[in-house]
Design a protein around this ligand. Structure first.
Ligand code: ASP
Length: 358
């Protein structure tokens, strides 16, 4: 990670980690076509400099570029680097809170990843980790990045009472737990948290806050961050009309370790996949069922009895379930190495069975 600071790193400060995205994007013709742009062009130091004069008084900022990418290209290695950087910052006594500027395409994956690997540490250290981004590039008229960054800095600064340390996201004037993110609109300014239980940034909603506390008391232990080369290979497969057995059969004998099924309705899948999936599970491929509908929960043993080796994903979207399965497979491997007979299902359940915020 390269480091750029406007204060000494020993002075109490908020750390802003830059990952890229539209918030750091530039459009060649922003007036005529603001949506034709390249993400990940502007350095996080410049994003911070832009809002520097209006941050709450007394808040010092240090910025650090972790990556500068279009988040549709997010890699396992990017997540490992970010996760280790966040952990280090949470343990650093000079860091009061952490803001991460990120592309919105895969912000939901990063949100779930950070909750599952750093959520307990953030709570224990009483620091907020805030993900934010933008839907308009930095040079578009009415760009939403600066106000989102400012709101995130406000939320991360310890001056906001009541809201405990934890991993959150802020966009379009609202905040939610980062594990509740799901980009459900291509262009709306609140796309990643449109469907998430959330609170206004200005006035924290007490019933949302009690939901956050219920999740946090149920979240007992962070999962290990996989090293860049250790992420298990997990694919998302969508069931649809006319599904073919070959979609599953082609993976048999490959190194894939898990499938997340984006099923229809309750998370069911086409009959053409029943036998191929039996074969996949017999080969040790882990299976998680989700729903492609975009909302609602996928419950155990509905619509059919789950086969041994298959788990329903609760309220997780397919991208979040994929990260949860990767982390669960990795955690089970580490536990087994340490002589603990825990399965991926044990770890997956810890994440998927957390209470839902209403
Ligand atoms: N494609 C962009 C990204 O995810 C979209 C955004 O940031 O809003 O990096």
């Amino acid at each position: 990670m390269s480091s750029i600071s406007n204060v000494s790193e020993n002075t109490p400060h908020l750390l802003v980690l830059g990952m890229g995205g539209t918030i750091a994007g530039l459009a060649p013709n922003p007036e005529e076509n603001p949506l034709q742009y390249q993400a990940g062009q502007v350095g996080v130091d410049a994003l911070v400099a832009h809002v520097q004069s209006v941050v709450p008084e007394g808040v010092k900022l240090v910025s650090r570029q972790v990556a500068n990418i279009n988040s549709r290209n997010l890699t396992d290695a990017n997540l490992s680097t970010l996760g280790f950087g966040v952990r280090e910052a949470l343990l650093d006594t000079a860091v009061r809170g952490i803001v991460i500027t990120h592309g919105t395409d895969t912000i939901e994956e990063t949100g779930l990843f950070l909750q599952a690997t750093c959520g307990k540490l953030a709570q224990a250290q009483n620091k907020r980790v805030i993900l934010t981004g933008a839907m308009l590039p930095s040079n578009a008229p009415g760009a939403d990045g600066p106000s989102n960054l400012l709101d995130a800095l406000r939320w991360a600064s310890t001056s906001i009472d009541n809201c405990p340390g934890g991993v959150y996201a802020v966009m379009d004037g609202r905040g939610c737990m980062a594990m509740d993110l799901a980009k459900r609109h291509a262009t709306a300014l609140n796309a990643p948290l449109q469907n998430a239980p959330s609170s206004s940034v200005g006035l924290i909603n007490p019933s949302w806050l009690s939901g956050v506390k219920a999740v946090q008391s149920a979240w007992s232990e962070d999962l290990p961050i996989p090293e860049a080369s250790e992420w298990p290979w997990v694919e998302i497969l969508t069931s649809h009309a006319g599904a073919r057995p070959e979609t599953i059969l082609q993976w048999l004998g490959s190194a894939v370790q898990g499938f997340v099924l984006a099923g229809s309705g309750h998370g069911g899948f086409h009959d053409a996949w029943v036998q191929p999936l039996d074969l996949a599970m017999a080969q040790g491929i882990a299976l998680v069922r989700t729903t492609r509908t975009g909302a609602g929960s996928t419950l155990l043993n509905i619509p059919e009895l789950d086969l041994p080796g298959c788990r329903a994903s609760g309220s997780f979207t397919a991208p979040r379930a994929r990260i949860a399965l990767q982390l669960a497979l990795n955690a089970a491997k580490q536990a087994n190495k340490a002589g603990k007979p825990l399965t991926w299902q044990d770890f997956f359940a810890r994440i998927a069975d957390l209470p839902e915020i209403r």
